[in-house]
Ligand binder design. Structure first.
Ligand code: GDP
Length: 510
């Protein structure tokens, strides 16, 4: 029972800082005590005390250059809608030697390889458009080495062409231009290259270093030249990776397959993936049971720049997540557990700062209201405050105003205008010099009402009444809400009690 614990805690002079959550004293209780007693919220501190050692896994440091081997480029196709990205991917897929070997049907797994007659390979990511590209980059998992920018020769540079250029530039990925639809009579490749100049894409014939290949995706014309240009650029880029050591990669697709279960497609970036490897990605892990290539064939291993389907995930990680190999299942569980714990902490912290922000806003708003009321007569203040406070009921008690400085929210009731006015005047003069903020959240004439109690409960305040009463049901309501009712017939006694309550709120003198 929380109330019980709360009372007990408040009656002992424990240092809230030193409270440690354990099986008896749950964290939420401590949180509640800290909140209720108006102390600064110390959630961050509490979680710190039970923090686990960070046993996350990370990418490996750059390898010794002597261990690095050249690797094929990974290419993304981008460009304006209808300029022929999908058609180009389809034609490229058809040209690949690998497929014809097995006579298999190419399946969509998110990427495929094209092999040149000279033996070099290129991995094409087959989700065109920049949505996938930027979502991957947002996770810091850039899988692309080269962007093939498709521009239709009959249409020229359009806004998504420009966006694609910007994406590539921001990711520092070099571009090859595929001037497409060159089979069309109205095609004007020259104009395309001219227009690209305005966006700092300077093709070779203008003295720049960007290769532009005239193709027809539909007819399959000049695709080999495009592939050769890609391989040539990859050589310039000196793309390398270490085929040994722990695997690193990136997930480009992730799905549930009827037969295979949870499947992801990964681009391998370092190391060589094999059956039995243990992987983590985001908050999931896998013991690799099977690897498939884009033709649905089982492969025994996948080295740098290869795209493979990985089967064996316990849960499905998302596209864009980084894959890292760990030494054991035990280690994988540890990493995943740490990551979900960390995410939870992050969420808590965000929630907490959102609440604090909101509280600050309320405080500010309220102070402004009060400041604006000083020049008014108390009658005017009364109606203004009343109007202002009506909205305050929207504030849930858990988000109740909490301050760094101690504060005492008050509700003042009196028998006549004169007495309320006198009390407010005394409070005003007190307020100016003290460390404890007095907040008169509501005041008025007449016996204590249900509205007064609700107001006090909302603000965690006390009710002070001069020459007024409270009916039994009202007293019971106050008790239920834990609202102190302080009713007096002698004004200096009322002030004395108020002073006592204020000093109790002040931090103890050291
Ligand atoms: P995406 O939106 O960039 O993926 O464009 P699509 O590949 O869907 O192509 C849009 C339209 O242009 C389709 O009707 C294609 O048949 C057509 N198209 C694509 N490439 C060529 C080409 O090289 N020549 C001609 N004549 N039409 C093409």
């Amino acid at each position: 029972d929380f109330d019980h614990v709360f009372e007990a805690l408040l009656n002992t002079s424990v240092d809230l800082d030193s409270l440690e959550p354990d099986s008896v004293l749950e964290e939420r209780w401590i949180k509640e005590v800290v909140t209720r007693s108006g102390m600064k919220f110390r959630w961050a501190k509490l979680s710190e005390s039970r923090e686990r050692p960070n046993r996350d896994v990370h990418r490996r440091p750059p390898a010794d250059p002597s261990c690095l081997k050249p690797r094929p480029p990974v290419v993304t196709i981008m460009g304006h809608v209808d300029h022929g990205k999908t058609t180009l991917l389809d034609s490229l897929r058809k040209t690949q030697v690998v497929t014809t070997e097995a006579g298999g049907i190419t399946q969509h797994i998110g990427a495929f390889r094209v092999q040149l007659p000279t033996g070099e390979t290129i991995t094409f990511l087959d989700t065109p458009g920049h949505a996938a590209f930027s979502s991957m980059r947002a996770r810091g998992a850039n899988a692309t080495d080269i962007v093939v920018l498709v521009v239709a020769a009959d249409d020229g540079v359009m806004n998504q062409t420009v966006e694609s250029i910007e994406h590539a530039r921001r990711a520092k990925v070099p571009v090859i231009v595929a001037v497409n639809k060159c089979d069309k009579p109205q095609a004007d490749p020259q104009r395309v290259k001219q227009e690209l100049l305005a966006h700092d894409i300077v093709c070779e014939e203008f003295g720049g270093d960007v290769q532009a290949i005239h193709v027809s995706a539909l007819k399959g014309d000049n695709l080999l030249a495009l592939a050769e240009a890609t391989v040539a650029l990859a050589e310039v880029l000196e793309l390398k990776a270490e085929p040994s050591g722990p695997v690193e990669g990136v997930i480009i697709e992730s799905r549930t397959d009827k037969g295979k279960g949870l499947v992801t497609t990964a681009i391998i970036q370092q190391g060589t993936l094999r059956r039995g490897s243990v992987l983590v990605a985001g908050q999931s892990w896998a013991k690799v049971r099977f690897l498939f290539d884009e033709n649905g064939r089982v492969v025994t291993e996948a080295g740098p720049s290869a795209a493979v389907e990985v089967v064996g995930w316990k849960e499905l990680p998302s596209a864009g997540e980084v894959i890292l190999e760990v030494e054991s299942e035990q280690r994988a569980r540890e990493v995943v557990e740490w990551r979900s714990y960390e995410e939870e902490q992050q969420k808590l912290q965000e929630e907490q700062s959102a609440i604090e922000r909101k509280q600050k806003e309320h405080q500010e708003e309220y102070r402004k209201e009060r400041a604006g009321l000083n020049h008014l007569s108390w009658r005017q203040r009364k109606s203004a405050l009343y109007r202002a406070n009506k909205n305050k009921f929207a504030v849930r008690p858990s988000e109740r105003t909490q301050r760094d400085e101690p504060s005492l929210p008050l509700i003042v009731k009196g028998d006549v205008d004169g007495s309320v006015d006198a009390i407010l005047n005394i409070l005003d003069s007190y307020d100016a010099q003290q460390q404890c903020q007095l907040e008169v959240v509501h005041f008025g004439i007449g016996d204590v009402s249900e509205n007064d109690i609700n107001m006090a409960a909302t603000f965690a305040g006390s009710i002070y009444g001069f020459n007024v009463g409270a009916s039994r049901p009202i007293q019971q309501l106050a008790a239920r809400h834990g609202v102190p009712l302080r009713l007096h017939n002698v004004i200096y006694k009322l002030i004395d009690e108020l002073k006592d309550e204020l000093s109790a709120k002040l931090p103890p003198l050291v």
